[in-house]
Write a protein that binds this ligand. Structure first.
Ligand code: ATP
Ligand code: MG
Length: 215
């Protein structure tokens, strides 16, 4: 049986597809058989990104498939070493279904209370629906701001029972440009932002490994 990750947040533009593509790229580079399940059939962000990736001949190839429902996607999940659900921008039954099935649920959020608060509410709702709180984590994306703003946002999330992934991915044109070309944020040409994004993604992987080892 393979591992499953869900990247969710009812807030549009928080970085679900961004984090999904970066994690999938990381595992594909390590030669895992990985697939992104794009559950947002209205936008198909990850699926279209794959088309750009193929057009620009970027290695490794990352498999992406669009699915109309969680059930359809879940049927395929165990055919892969790693199955990454790129969630749709609604807190739907689909979100609940994939979260319940996942080894790790990742909620990308920005630094503002406007982003933090609904992210925590989402996590609380998932635990009420039966998702193990240990399996839920927050990751900062598009988190540009002063150190004190970052610190305050960390403190806000540290008061919750959920894990906070160390580090932050800031909002940078080089990340956007990378994704426009079919790359992920860990494949931007610029070393410093690439290293920063890589660290965050590695911390997500470390969290998953800790949970698997403890299971
Ligand atoms: N760290 C970042 N720096 C710069 N641009 C970013 C960053 N993260 C995401 N973006 C850009 O912001 C937009 C939204 O990101 P993304 O598609 O990952 O969010 P999403 O949560 O999947 O959105 P949706 O809810 O619409 O599916 C995209 O145009 C993406 O290129
Ligand atoms: Mg998306």
């Amino acid at each position: 049986m393979g591992y499953k990750l869900s990247i969710i947040n009812q807030k549009g533009g928080s970085g679900k597809s961004t984090i999904a593509r970066a994690i999938a790229t990381c595992y594909a580079t390590a030669k895992w058989d990985v697939k992104i399940a794009d559950l947002d059939i209205n936008q198909s962000t990850s699926f279209e990104w794959l088309q750009r990736r193929l057009t620009n001949k970027i290695e490794p190839v990352v498999a992406v498939e669009a699915f109309g429902s969680a059930n359809q996607a879940l049927k395929q999940a165990d055919n892969y070493d790693m199955f990454v659900f790129d969630g749709a921008p609604t807190a739907s039954r689909t979100t609940q279904q994939i979260s319940l099935e996942s080894d790790l649920v990742i909620i990308p959020t920005g630094l503002a209370v406007d982003d933090l608060k609904p992210s925590v509410v989402l996590a609380n709702n998932l635990t009420k629906e039966g998702v193990d709180k240990e399996r839920i984590c927050f990751v900062f994306n598009r988190a540009t701001g002063s150190d004190s703003e970052y610190q305050e946002a960390c403190e806000y999330l540290q008061q919750t029972p959920y894990f906070l992934i160390d580090g932050r991915i800031e909002d940078k044109p080089c990340y956007r440009q990378a994704m426009d070309l079919g790359r992920s944020v860990i494949e931007t040409r610029f070393k410093q932002p690439r290293d920063k994004a890589e660290k965050v993604i590695q911390n997500i992987i470390n969290r998953l490994e800790t949970l698997i080892e403890g299971a």
